[in-house]
Design a protein around this ligand. Structure first.
Ligand code: SOE
Length: 379
């Protein structure tokens, strides 16, 4: 068996989610490569060592440049905050490493474009961690759409609602809360939450032509974790937009961290000529399906428990009826990435797909600034 040596940069929430996926993938998916957790990298040596011990990394680096120089590393996984994605990815591509990068791909689309050019020039396998595509019910929705079950699509409706930043005491900057610091995150919920909704939508419903958006920053000043000083908040706390897809369908998207009572309510609904699909992250193993072609008396919404061996990925886990969860979407993503390397058919979303999402988020932010419809570039 060949080995695939991983160099992980970052040890926060995503560092854990990715490490868990790397550790489990060979137990459940037949692959020609065995994943080896070779090195963990973070600026704080003690914390990185503790992370490495917990997850079983063989070694520790405190400088990502040194990690990239190492000949025994095959894949660089960027699980660090958004403002360092580009610099690391450009260096890793130059060194000929395969790259996995957390979402959003970059701080903005010009930066993302540089990253796409770098990986394509270096011809290194690359992928962005938009994990929700690989929740089996979401992958199943994609299969149903590709089989033409919905027919012509009229509407796409997506939401990602949270409530964890309502208190004005939540700082900007620091572990986890760097998402509130525009210099590190690039944007607020547009890049953090809407980006997930957009990635899924582009995959399920094709390209977006134009958008009109509005955003709001409800808490204008927050203490900065690094200076202790009250500092202007530069991120969007809520972001809503209307979109026209290239297939002629109309869409609404909404993301906020101010929807009291909602922790990670990601939902989407698609209304087509023959039927409709609805999915909810809080009930992630179910896909709601309405088929207008059913006989009139029996017509109604079906709740499909996506746990059958014939459902995407599920044959690799337990027996029908026993469900899996959030973390498994990351395991599936690693499995598909490795299968892509082995088959020579790269798995998506690639950096170029990540750029497509960044083009939409940039258009959303531009529209929110100008109050106008903005055309979206094609990646
Ligand atoms: C933010 O709270 C966050 O953790 C995002 O950064 C993730 O991408 C999303 O999946 C869950 O929410």
């Amino acid at each position: 068996m060949k080995t695939l040596n991983v160099g992980m940069i970052g040890y926060g929430f995503m560092g854990r989610a990715h490490s868990n996926a790397f550790r489990r993938v060979n137990n459940f998916f037949p692959l020609d490569h065995k994943v080896v957790l070779k090195a963990a990298c973070g600026r704080d040596g003690a914390k990185t060592q503790a992370f490495a011990d917990t997850w079983g990394y063989e070694s520790v680096e405190t400088d990502w440049k040194r990690l990239i120089e190492r000949a025994d590393i095959d894949v660089i996984d960027i699980a660090a905050p958004n403002n360092v994605h580009a610099e690391i990815a450009l260096a890793a591509a130059k060194a000929g490493k395969m790259i996995l990068c957390e979402k959003p791909l970059a701080m903005n689309s010009p930066e993302a474009l540089k990253m796409v050019k770098a990986v394509e020039k270096a011809k290194v396998p690359n992928m962005v961690w938009y994990n929700y595509r690989r929740i089996p019910a979401v992958t199943f929705a994609k299969q149903m759409i590709d089989e033409g079950k919905l027919g012509r699509v009229f509407h796409y409706r997506a939401k990602f609602l949270q409530d964890w930043t309502i208190s004005a005491d939540v700082p900007q900057g620091g572990p986890g809360t760097w998402r509130l610091d525009v210099a590190i995150a690039g944007s607020g919920v547009t890049g953090d939450l809407l980006a997930h909704c957009i990635d899924t939508a582009l995959w399920l419903n094709g390209g977006i032509q134009s958008v009109t958006a509005t955003t709001e920053t409800f808490v204008k000043q927050r203490k900065h974790a690094s200076t202790g000083k009250m500092t202007k908040v530069g991120i969007d706390d809520a972001s809503l937009f209307l979109a026209r897809f290239r297939n002629g369908s109309l869409a609404t998207f909404e993301a906020t961290r101010y929807a009291r009572g909602h922790k990670a309510l990601y939902t989407f609904e698609i209304n087509g000529e023959h039927g409709s699909i609805f999915w909810d992250l809080h009930d992630l193993h179910r896909l709601q399906w309405f088929d207008h072609r059913d006989s009139g008396t029996l017509r109604g919404w079906r709740s499909i428990h996506v746990t059958d061996g014939d459902h995407p990925y599920m044959g690799k886990w337990w027996v029908p009826g026993l469900q899996i969860g959030y973390e498994h979407s990351f395991v599936h993503q690693v499995a598909d990435f490795i299968e892509g390397i082995e088959s020579g058919k790269p798995a998506a979303p690639t950096f170029r797909d990540g750029l497509a999402t960044d083009y939409v988020t940039d258009a959303v932010l531009a529209s929110a600034r100008t109050g106008r419809w903005v055309n979206v570039k094609s990646a």
